[in-house]
Design a protein around this ligand. Structure first.
Ligand code: SF4
Length: 339
């Protein structure tokens, strides 16, 4: 188990020590609803979730030492609120935003040349949680090729291909940003699984209102989209990637956009799928989709690429159901409308 100080727990509150910390402090959930000093934390926790729901990263006041406990507690109470609301869509958004927040700290700590302890902690977190052995090598970080391959398999951009990396003595050279980026997917899944593992506490009066507000908030995200149970594997995979907040490659976005447009979805139905993308920008997304649909520029309507083309971009996840087809559009189509 990692031995963390309060400032480190404030940065990485999803680590087991944070829960233990609450217990060690001797606080009960009831106290958060009755103690005037603790009650504002409920509001802060709500704000933390609300911010995450919009895809933004919650800003922590780590400079203020007196606020460190509040930072840890607001995370823990946010988890309580989420569990009581039962809203999975909010849990997903929250874990993604918290993962992005932790990513920033990990990257900064890893590259902190002035404080060896911070660097060591970041290295330990990456090793203990995600089994990646990172070592500092001058201004770079090196990791064994086998660790690299296990994680880089999720990336399809050229720069992540092993042939495009600097490798020496069986180690891949990365920047601190790339080292942390490599575990992005796992970090999000880790936080999500930690939240899922927490048992739902009993409701207390002080939490009824924020929980109700969260349920209302989650309705904002049930955007009606045409979701098919019979999308081809490549399309399902691309949607999964976006849902997990992965940065789908340009070719992946092109394939997904042209496929969905071809089966009759509108630009406004497709656009929400991209909301979790780390680089999401509503205007750019709408512009690009309208461009693919032929609603702008030369008016050319772009066609869904062939399976061969999809394969060449490493976006094909063929199953036996794909046998005999040459374009994802030929995959059997049964579409249903979900909210
Ligand atoms: S074979 Fe075609 S439809 Fe199937 S996953 Fe690959 S690209 Fe998609």
């Amino acid at each position: 188990m990692l031995n963390l100080g309060t400032d480190e727990m404030a940065k990485y509150p999803f680590l087991a020590e944070a829960g233990k910390y609450l217990k060690d402090k001797g606080f009960t959930l009831d106290q958060f609803g009755t103690d005037p000093d603790l009650m504002p934390i409920i509001e802060k926790a709500y704000h933390r979730i609300e911010k995450a729901s919009t895809g933004k990263i919650y800003h922590s006041e780590l400079e203020n030492l007196e606020q460190l406990d509040v930072e840890v507690f607001s995370f823990l109470i946010a988890v309580v609120l989420l569990k009581l609301s039962g809203m999975n869509t909010l849990i997903k958004r929250f874990s993604l935003a918290e993962a992005r927040r932790a990513e920033k700290f990990l990257e900064k700590d890893l590259a902190d040349f002035s404080d060896k302890t911070k660097e060591q902690l970041a290295v330990r977190i990456i090793k203990d949680l995600f089994s990646v052995n990172v070592q500092k090598h001058k201004e770079f970080f090196v990791i064994p090729v086998s660790d690299y391959l296990k994680h880089a398999v999720y990336f399809h951009e050229k720069e992540w291909k092993l042939v495009n990396r600097r490798i020496e003595n069986g180690k891949v050279f990365l920047t601190s940003h790339e080292s942390v980026r490599l575990i992005r997917k796992e970090l999000d899944s880790y936080i999500n699984s930690k939240i899922q593992e927490v048992s739902t506490p009993s409701m207390i009066d002080a939490l009824k209102k924020p929980v109700e507000k969260l349920r209302l908030l989650s309705k904002k995200f049930s955007v009606p989209t045409m979701v098919s149970t019979e999308y081809p594997p490549c399309i399902k995979h691309a949607i999964d990637e976006l849902n997990k907040g992965e940065n789908l490659s340009h070719s992946g976005r092109f394939m997904l956009g042209t496929y969905l447009l071809s089966i009759g979805q509108t630009v406004s139905q497709i656009a929400p799928l991209f909301k979790n993308a780390p680089d999401y920008n509503e205007k750019v997304t709408l512009y690009q989709l309208n461009h693919l649909a032929g609603n702008s520029g030369s008016g050319t309507e772009y066609k869904c690429p062939s399976c061969e083309k999809v394969k060449s971009k490493d976006l094909c996840y063929a199953t036996s159901d794909c046998d005999g087809i040459i374009n994802p559009l030929q995959f059997k189509k049964k579409t249903t409308l979900h909210a």
